[in-house]
Structures are given as C-alpha cells and as structure tokens.
Unconditional design. Structure first.
Ligand SMILES: NC(=O)C1=CN([C@@H]2O[C@H](COP(=O)(O)OP(=O)(O)OC[C@H]3O[C@@H](n4cnc5c(N)ncnc54)[C@H](OP(=O)(O)O)[C@@H]3O)[C@@H](O)[C@H]2O)C=CC1
Ligand SMILES: CC(=O)N[C@@H](CCC(=O)OP(=O)(O)O)C(=O)O
Length: 318
C-alpha cells in the first residue's frame, strides 16, 4: 500500500477534480470522509493527522484553520488556496521555476499550489527578469480571460444554476488589488505589483494570460526572438510546458483559451509586430488543470516520489 492522501474540501470544484485524477491510482490510498462528516471539525482533524499528505481545497480561512489542526509532524500539506503562497516556511509549488524549486517541492513539508493567473504570469515573466531583459521595475500589465469555473461553486452557479444571471463577459478586479498580486510580484521577481486586468467569459474552463511588452522601451531593446529564446532556454526539457516557435505563433489568427483543457500543460506564445517595437507574450492553460488540480497532482507526485505523469493527462508528454 502506498502513502495516504486526504483531500480537505473534496466536494468543491478543485477538490472534485483532484479526486477524479487520483481515483483508480494504486500507488496511493485516498482517505475520504462520508458526506455528512466532511465539514465536521473532529473528523477533519483526525484525517488531517492520519494522512501522509493533506491537500487543502478550501477557502483561505478554512485552509488556515486546517493547518492549525495538524499536530502530527509527519503530515505534509499541499494547500490549493491563496492563504500561504507568499508565507514564510512554505514552498511555492511551481516546479518549472527552476531545478532548485523542483527540489524544494520534492522535499517540502508545506507546499502552496499556485493560483491559476499567477501560473501563467510567473512562467512568462520570471525568466525575462532573470535574464535581465526586463528590468525589475518594469511597469508590467497582465491581461487575462478565464472560464467561469475559476470562481468556484459560487460563480459556476451564476452560469449553470437555476437562477443563472452571469453576463456573456465581464471585467473584474477593478479595485486593482486582486488577491493574486502578491504571488505574481514575489515569484516573478518584480519590484512593483503588476497592473492586473482579469475577465470572465461564458465558457466553463480554460484561460489566457497575456503580458504586453514595449520592446523599444526596454534597456537593450531586445528582439521578439530574444524573448522567445530566453523562454525556450528556461524551460528546456519541461514535461508540461512548451514555448512555441515565433513562426508557429505568427501563423495564428487567434488563440483559444480552451485549447489545453483537461491537461496539465501550459503553452507560451510570443507575438510581435513587423517593426519589432511591440510584443505580446501569452500563456494558455486550463485554470482547473495546470491552474489548480493538475498542478496539485504534479506537486503530489513530486512530494511523494511517485511517477511524474501519473494522474496527468498530457498531450505534450504523449
Ligand atoms: N476554481 C479554481 O479555478 C481554483 C481554485 N483554487 C483555490 O482552491 C480553493 C477551493 O476553491 P474551489 O474549489 O474553487 O472552491 P469551491 O467553493 O468550489 O469549493 C470549496 C469547498 O470547500 C468546502 N468548505 C468550505 N469551508 C469548509 C470547512 N470549514 N471545512 C470543510 N470544507 C469546507 C465547501 O463546502 P460546500 O460544498 O458545503 O460549500 C466546498 O466544497 C480556494 O482556496 C481557491 O482559491 C485554486 C486554483 C484554481
Ligand atoms: C474567474 C475567477 O474568479 N478566478 C479567481 C481565481 C481562480 C484561482 O486561481 O484561484 P485561487 O487563487 O483561489 O487559487 C479570482 O479571480 O479570484
């Protein structure tokens, strides 16, 4: 029998998807609470302290409470909420950041699963900042569109419930203080938080995250090819991440946010205008895949030393 895994919040949007990815696996044992006890603090405390790995798929406050319930030093935690993504003592669960991060996830006792928008944002920005192509104080803007499942049960009800009233598309985060800003800034290595402009459209899942770059305003005035090369070099050999060639991206008339649904994959594109002054770097991912449950299973596999691709549908790795 393999290690035991307990998912606190397994009836929610992210929890259900992780269960679906883990069910049927023989290399681990899933501990589950009966429906009538899934919110019972005593039952949760017991399960949290009885498992090898607890995955938290809860609202932030409940995730903090769950961590406080754990007194078994052997229980490791993977938190899918926003609560610990820049907290001391926690590892940010984006193994593609670099080899050291992969190792930190492998050995981490407390690992935080990244937010969906930050996954795209950090994968775009971090290598460019590290290569010196983007100054740390560059005024970064992030534009994004997500399927409505990104808002969990409450937003899904606005599109699929009996009293569904969700508009075809809406912009939000208009206080410019979205909860993802701290992790975007910290793990991209920026001096200032980006200006982040998310939106939701009438489709269930899948997202685009885009960062426009004014190449003429950057210190070395890099070409789009240099941007693409820096990203390709940073992610060479990654299983779940592909940087498209400039030619491939240039050949596209549009980019479909749903293209990678059901996978744990991310695709990066670099678009440029003919003058070489303007560039747009975009990430396509499934907000419920690499943006949530896929990333959680990827981190679980690393933390428990299990097969890298287990539970992860990947068109790229096939
Ligand atoms: N949806 C997404 O794309 C992503 C979500 N996340 C994060 O994952 C976490 C879960 O989000 P999501 O799945 O969307 O949310 P949902 O609202 O769909 O699910 C949350 C679940 O937690 C349960 N719950 C709430 N409070 C407690 C408690 N005290 N004890 C036990 N269970 C509790 C809820 O119960 P009930 O069913 O009774 O309401 C629900 O089943 C959040 O922190 C979110 O930020 C992360 C990445 C992406
Ligand atoms: C469409 C939508 O509402 N999306 C959510 C983020 C989804 C996500 O990544 O969630 P966590 O940070 O909670 O993990 C939002 O903007 O708050």
């Amino acid at each position: 029998m393999g290690p035991t895994v307990f998912i606190d919040g397994d009836a929610g949007t992210t929890g259900l998807q992780i269960v679906a990815r883990l069910e049927g696996r023989r290399d681990l044992e899933l501990l589950r609470l009966p429906e009538d006890r899934r919110k019972d603090p005593k039952a949760r405390r017991e399960a949290l302290n009885a498992c090898d790995l607890a995955i938290l798929c809860l609202p932030d406050a409940a995730a903090r409470e769950a961590v406080a319930m754990i007194d078994n030093p052997a229980t490791r935690v993977l938190d899918a909420s926003t609560a610990h993504r820049t907290a001391d003592g926690w590892v940010y669960g984006l193994p593609e950041m670099d080899a050291a991060q992969t190792e930190a996830v492998r050995s981490g006792k407390r690992v935080s699963n990244p937010g969906c928008y930050p996954t795209g944002t950090i994968l775009i920005l971090r290598p460019l900042v590290e290569a010196g192509l983007l100054p740390v104080d560059y005024p970064v803007t992030v534009n994004a569109v997500s399927g409505y499942s990104g808002g969990g049960k409450a937003l899904i009800a606005r599109y699929e419930g009996e009293a569904a009233d969700g508009p075809d598309v809406f912009a939000y985060g208009l206080d410019l203080a979205h909860k993802h800003l701290p992790e975007m800034q910290t793990w991209s290595g920026l001096a200032h938080a980006p200006l982040f402009q998310p939106s939701v459209a009438r489709y269930r899942q899948g997202m685009l995250v885009s960062v426009p770059l004014h190449l003429w305003a950057l210190p070395d005035r890099p070409t789009a090819a240099r941007i693409q090369e820096a990203l390709s070099a940073a992610y060479a050999g990654q299983r779940f991440l592909r940087v498209q060639s400039l030619a491939d991206s240039a050949g596209r008339k549009d980019l479909d946010p749903q293209a990678l649904n059901g996978t744990n994959d991310v695709e990066l594109h670099v678009f440029a205008d003919a003058s070489g002054e303007r560039c747009l770097v975009s990430a396509v991912l499934d907000n419920l895949g690499k943006g949530a449950s896929g990333a959680a299973v990827q981190n679980l596999n690393l933390m428990l030393g299990l097969e890298e691709l287990a539970g992860l549908g990947s068109a790229m790795a096939a």
